[in-house]
Design a protein around this ligand. Structure first.
Ligand code: NAX
Length: 331
């Protein structure tokens, strides 16, 4: 059997981690033959809760799990890790200003980046889930300069899955019959869910989604709004934010990074190289293909005026957020 892969989950006592850890532990992400060492990080006041999570993980009696470490010390949690799910973040509390939230998260991701820089494997693959995910990802990478920038990503897969599921439901097909839906930009309500390049397979024939739906107004209005507002709709109904679906999406993202995407695309927040005219250095969600554990941005897609405007609007929001975060780093 292979050596155990070291996987860290931060925010490990929280609700997303509760679903995520079970899926990772039973081999949904790294394979059914890959033994694992799980490193669980949370803050000191959550150690008792985290201990309960450890007890439950033990009680699952999953053969792949060779060791579990629960800690409040990033230097312990990130030691030699191969994969990192960065779920923990400061939540927005009532009355908290946006800039206070940003400030708190800059502090968290700066400290965690510095720890990662010192002790994680240089090949570590990182997905940031904790919000504001894109900007937290930039800060993490900035403070871990010895690890390649391409190893830092953030999650927009939940948005992609939401978009794919909306289209599948609209057309009455199964989710896997809809491919290449794109999320551009920020994991926020300015994101641009785009089906202009997506396909659907109906009765063995693959056609553009736009051709199957035949309703431009739905695609430009209700569809986009539903996906952008889906997180808020779940909170309104459940009185809690998305957790099961967020955990599933984080697993999809990391599994595809390890095992590849074949000919399809998936959406990931990655550090922009300027592709599609987006400011370099922003963590922007693009369509990517993954081969040999390496992602590349899908190039040369035709961008019409409608799409351009939406892509620029979400980039502008990210730009403002990153500038504020960088100013906070200097402070
Ligand atoms: P919970 O509040 O249930 O759990 C968060 C956990 O993180 C808590 O146990 C907390 O103690 C811990 N934490 C806080 N600061 C930490 C630090 N410095 N180091 C380690 N752990 C720390 O939130 P949950 O519902 O699990 O959501 C986690 C994060 O995911 C939130 O920031 C949330 O906004 C974000 N989301 C991101 C999504 C995405 O698509 N990118 C979708 C789902 C989710 O809303």
């Amino acid at each position: 059997m292979a050596e155990p892969l070291k996987v860290v989950v931060t925010g490990a006592a929280g609700q997303i981690a509760y679903s995520l850890l079970f899926s990772v532990a039973k081999g949904d992400v790294f394979g059914k033959d890959q033994p694992l060492e799980l490193l669980l990080l949370d803050i000191t006041p959550m150690m008792e809760v985290l201990n309960g999570v450890v007890m439950e993980l033990m009680d699952c009696a999953i053969p792949l799990v060779k060791n579990i470490v629960a800690t409040d010390d990033p230097m312990v949690a990130f030691k030699d890790v191969d994969a990192a799910f960065m779920v923990g973040a400061m939540p927005r509390r009532e009355g908290m200003e946006r800039k206070d939230l940003l400030k708190a998260n800059v502090k968290i991701f700066k400290a965690q980046g510095q720890a990662m820089d010192q002790v994680a494997k240089k090949t570590v693959k990182v997905i940031v889930v904790g919000n504001p995910a894109n900007t937290n990802g930039c800060i993490l990478s900035k403070y871990a300069p010895s690890i390649p920038k391409a190893n830092f990503t953030c999650m927009t897969r939940l948005d992609q899955n939401r978009a794919q599921a909306q289209i599948a439901a609209k057309l009455g097909v199964s989710n896997d019959q809809v491919t290449n839906v794109i999320i551009w930009g920020n994991h926020s309500s300015t994101q641009f869910p785009d089906v202009a390049h997506a396909s659907v397979t109906i009765q063995g024939k693959t056609i553009p989604v736009a051709e199957a739906i035949k309703d431009d107004s739905y695609i430009k209005n209700d569809f986009i709004k539903t996906v952008q507002q889906r997180g808020a709709a779940v909170i309104k109904a459940r009185k809690l934010s998305s957790a099961m679906s967020a955990a599933k999406a984080a697993c999809d993202h990391m599994r595809d990074w390890f095992f590849g995407t074949g000919n399809n695309w998936v959406s990931m927040g990655v550090i922009s190289d300027g592709s599609y005219g987006i400011r370099e250095g922003l963590m922007y969600s693009y369509p990517v293909k993954i081969h040999d554990k390496t992602w590349t941005i899908v190039q040369d897609l035709k961008i019409n005026d409608f799409a351009r405007e939406k892509m620029d609007a979400t980039a502008a929001e990210l730009s403002e957020e990153l500038d504020a975060a960088l100013a906070e780093c200097e402070a």
